[in-house]
Ligand binder design. Structure first.
Ligand code: C2E
Ligand code: MG
Ligand code: MG
Length: 362
């Protein structure tokens, strides 16, 4: 039985099937049939479909449950790149349930003070001095425990919570580093991650307000954006980045080298820094490909007038290699894990005491 349930959604009920192989063959036949190009008024058109399958009785005993689970499987098929079919599985079900729990808990996380920031030192490659920090978000929930930003940031993006959370991160980070600049190190910089979804109208004004309220100089703020953002909607993004850059805020491309093969955006946008993804740093100093890539990125960035930060530096050998190829800044467990504000401030003032001690001796 074939039925249209609304919009561009259709339901097919297969009453008798011998095995799942039969269903796979049927789903594939539907996709192949739909994929055949067709002509309308001399133009050729293509169509595609995404199919989700749920089985009676494994995936539900009533129509509503079977429909809901087929729907979840269909969204999974869309996430898998469309034009394919997916079965509803116990794993998908667990994944969706956890996502739902995260979303519900995240809606209250700001109000209940469950979010906090940790700071990972950014180190000058040549002299080894800490010149700033990257602010990284942490979330502890009494039921879910510690949830990684890798897991909850995408949920916050989909649930429309990222602007509110991101604004909190910006305000908190600016406030914190402004205080450190007054009391500990006047030239400290702070790097803050921005989701592509934060690039909506009002972003520039929100950042201006954060700087004003914290008294932080724009030069002390570095915004980490993704390659994905630069490839998405340049008509909307370019004016925002230009306005921020004109204010004096620095723009840094995070996880550089993982996103896209086209590099043309490097000259189109006002960018100040590239962060070499840690997957390339991990191969140093032994793997030829990693060596070639990191050297090429450093050379290219410098000739375009940009700085380079290496992420995920874990060993002394990696640190020495990056220094030797003139990579400007480094960050990673070799120097320090991300730590709370108190520990970060202590390590800064310890370093300064050590420095003052040496100065006195000489
Ligand atoms: P990212 O911005 O690329 O941050 C670097 C990640 O690598 C951090 O993970 C950091 O803890 C980890 N890391 C640092 N050094 C090392 C190392 O030596 N070895 C290894 N294996 N890992 C290292 P974290 O804190 O779990 O954050 C993951 C991602 O979540 C971040 O990647 C960023 O994309 C996102 N994120 C974190 N905080 C925020 C935020 O406030 N806003 C947004 N939009 N995204 C955030
Ligand atoms: Mg980052
Ligand atoms: Mg990164």
């Amino acid at each position: 039985t074939l039925a249209r349930v609304g919009g561009d959604e259709f339901v097919i009920v297969v009453n008798a099937y011998e095995n799942t192989g039969h269903l796979i063959a049927l789903a594939q036949r539907i996709l192949d049939t739909i994929a055949v190009p067709f002509a309308v008024a001399d133009n050729e058109y293509y169509m595609g479909a995404s199919i989700g399958l749920s089985l009676f009785p494994e995936d539900g005993h009533d129509v509503a449950t079977l429909m809901r689970n087929a729907d979840s499987a269909m969204y999974h098929a869309k996430q898998c790149g469309r034009n394919n079919f997916q079965f509803f599985t116990a794993e998908l079900n667990r994944h969706l349930q956890r996502r739902f729990m995260i979303e519900q808990a995240l809606r209250r996380a700001l109000a209940t003070n469950e979010l906090s920031l940790v700071y990972q030192p950014i180190v000058d490659s040549q002299c080894g001095r800490t010149i700033g920090a990257e602010a990284l978000l942490r979330w502890y929930n009494s039921e879910l425990g510690n949830v990684s930003p890798v897991e909850f940031i995408p949920v916050a993006e989909d649930a429309g919570l990222i602007v509110e959370i991101g604004t909190w991160v910006l305000a908190r980070a600016c406030e914190q580093v402004a205080q450190w600049r007054r009391t500990l190190a006047p030239d400290l910089i702070i790097a803050v991650n921005l989701s592509p979804r934060q690039f909506k109208s009002g972003l520039v004004e929100r950042i201006e307000r954060c700087l004003e309220q914290s008294g932080l100089e724009p030069e002390a703020l570095e915004l980490e954006i993704t390659e994905r953002l630069l490839m998405s909607d340049s008509d909307a993004v370019l004016p925002m980045l230009s306005a921020l850059s004109a204010m004096g805020v620095r723009i840094s491309v995070d996880d550089f080298g993982t996103g896209y093969s086209s590099l043309s955006y490097l000259k189109r946008f006002p960018l100040h820094n590239l962060k070499i993804d840690r997957s390339f740093v991990a191969g140093l100093p032994d793997h030829r490909d990693s060596i070639a890539i990191t050297q090429a990125v450093v050379a290219m960035a410098h000739s375009l007038g940009m700085n380079v930060t290496a992420e995920g530096v874990e060993t002394a050998e990696q640190a020495a290699f990056l220094r030797a190829i003139a990579c400007d800044k480094q960050q990673g467990y070799f120097y320090s894990r991300p730590v709370g504000a108190g520990a970060y401030a202590r390590s800064l003032s310890d370093a300064q005491m050590g420095f003052a001690g040496v100065a006195q001796l000489s």
